[in-house]
Design a protein around this ligand. Sequence first.
Ligand SMILES: NC(=O)c1ccc[n+]([C@@H]2O[C@H](COP(=O)([O-])OP(=O)(O)OC[C@H]3O[C@@H](n4cnc5c(N)ncnc54)[C@H](O)[C@@H]3O)[C@@H](O)[C@H]2O)c1
Ligand SMILES: O=P(O)(O)OC[C@H](O)CO
Length: 304
Amino acid sequence: MITVIGAGAWGSNLATIALANGYDVNMWSRRSNLSLTRAVRDAEVIVSAISMQGIRDVIEQLQGLTLSPQTIFVSATKGLDPQTARTPCQIWQDTFPRNPIVVLSGPNLSKEIEKGLPAATVVASNTAIAASKVQLIFSSNRFRVYTNLDPLGVELGGTLKNVVAIAAGVCDGLQLGTNAKAALVARGLTEMVRIGVHWGAQQETFYGLSGLGDLIATCNSPFSRNYQVGYQLAGGRNLQEILANLQGAAEGINTTTVLKQCSQRGDISMPITEQVYCLLQAQVTPKEALEGLMLRDIKPEYQQ
Ligand SMILES: NC(=O)c1ccc[n+]([C@@H]2O[C@H](COP(=O)([O-])OP(=O)(O)OC[C@H]3O[C@@H](n4cnc5c(N)ncnc54)[C@H](O)[C@@H]3O)[C@@H](O)[C@H]2O)c1
Ligand SMILES: O=P(O)(O)OC[C@H](O)CO
């Protein structure tokens, strides 16, 4: 039995894929009649597809239940804890140290997947056998699943790209052109690598599906909520107005704040994140954010 926690856009998609592969699937959400206790009672695999803001709440509820140490937790959330900057998988592992934890992340815009369009993703874990099991559950002729042994890198790729996606939306909203977008995405990837490696992820992971792959998808699709936030800010709308009309969470907003604090504390240069932060706080206009990036001191592309 597979239990999917969170019946939002992504959770529903993942449940559909597993069901189509012949697995028994339970879905649980805050609004379902099924209690969480019953939903996870026979679960061999628990897939969490809740937004970052709900993670601690749900984990607290699960903590009180008796779960087998063999139960595999799969995290599909792309965010960072606002208080501790821990990733969802780190929080799951802190709470359930004996259980295998797997992250599932990749260029996976749910609106495309629900139409049956082809996509690929990555499942990563320190427990290779758990990743292989999850790979089998979700692999299909429309969803190609790769395993990976760098869960932190895979998780951070999917999380950090949301900040760049907001900036990419601004770039398109201001009609800055393809050269500007290419520069933004390439330098955004450099920022992701810089902080990701500082936190212990492997550099090469960021050049794979869950890093560069997801960056390309999210920075180019109007289906991306994060991209939409940037695009609409560039169009002159304010954040409250945009969020009131957005379907689902734009995780990049909270991630930007967490990253800005971490980069300041660790003295890590993250100029794109810095400008996205100032823009989200309404401290600068989209055009001022662009100027802020273009007028930085000139420097080598890579610094030792
Ligand atoms: N939609 C996508 O294309 C997509 C693809 C890959 C990953 N993701 C990631 O998956 C996560 C969920 O995204 P989504 O698009 O499904 O969002 P969504 O807003 O559609 O769904 C979020 C779900 O989390 C639940 N939730 C929030 N707080 C909760 C709480 N306190 N207790 C219980 N449940 C709670 C909501 O009820 C809802 O079911 C995000 O981190 C997102 O970045 C989304
Ligand atoms: O709609 P977004 O911006 O949360 O993006 C969804 C997924 O992360 C794309 O892989």
